[in-house]
Design a binder for this molecule. Structure first.
Ligand SMILES: Nc1ncnc2c1ncn2[C@@H]1O[C@H](COP(=O)(O)OP(=O)(O)O)[C@@H](O)[C@H]1O
Ligand SMILES: [Mg+2]
Length: 177
């Protein structure tokens, strides 16, 4: 599903030598499961994730998504890859402090063109064990709870809408991944 081939990333620094953050990295991620990326500080973990997530481009090499090379991606392919294929959970949470928990998640749903109804938000919160926290503001949450809000928001990318019948009853809730 996702493969990186011969990735190299050089950062140019002012006055100093170039930094080779990635040096010919090739790997294939499994279709399902978890992958842990370990390495000392400064070894290139964030750089690799940024390139894999389409947030940064490599100096050379390519990422291959479902058999398609990033070399053939247009700018809008990258936009839709970032919006609908990848879910980001940042170290710094990047949740909006002025918004309630439910509004933070509703915003992610809205940006991805998905229905932001109460049921969908409740389901996402239940998935990260935060049922009942919808009305809370982020500044009343612990660090781990904020991180889980960020995870719920990232899950939006893999979350298909709850479908409604003519009677408007939810009949199906599907996870894509
Ligand atoms: N924007 C940048 N400009 C110059 N060097 C950078 C930049 N970002 C990261 N680096 C350097 O690239 C190397 C890898 O950084 P990074 O991927 O953030 O490491 P990690 O996430 O494993 O701690 C480090 O030496 C870091 O100083
Ligand atoms: Mg890092």
């Amino acid at each position: 599903m996702l493969e990186v081939i011969h990735l190299t990333k050089l950062y140019k620094t002012k006055g100093g030598a170039d930094v080779r953050a990635l040096d010919d990295v090739s790997l294939r991620f499994p279709e399902k499961g978890m992958v842990f990326l370990l390495g000392r500080s400064g070894s290139g973990k964030s750089t690799l994730l940024n390139v894999c997530g389409g947030l940064d481009s490599p100096t050379s090499g390519e990422i291959v998504v479902k058999g398609r090379s990033s070399k053939d991606f247009t700018q809008s392919d990258f936009d839709s890859y970032r919006n609908t294929f990848v879910g980001f959970v940042f170290q710094e949470y990047n949740i909006l402090d002025e918004f309630s928990v439910e509004d933070n998640i509703a915003l992610a749903l809205e940006l991805q063109g998905k229905p932001k109804d109460k049921k969908t938000i409740e389901k996402l919160l239940a998935d990260v064990d935060l049922s009942g926290y919808a009305k809370r503001k982020p500044n009343t949450l612990s660090g781990g709870q904020k991180q889980r809000i960020a995870i719920a928001r990232a899950l939006v990318a893999t979350f298909l809408p709850v479908y409604h019948t003519a009677k408007k009853k939810p009949v199906e809730s599907i996870r894509a991944l």
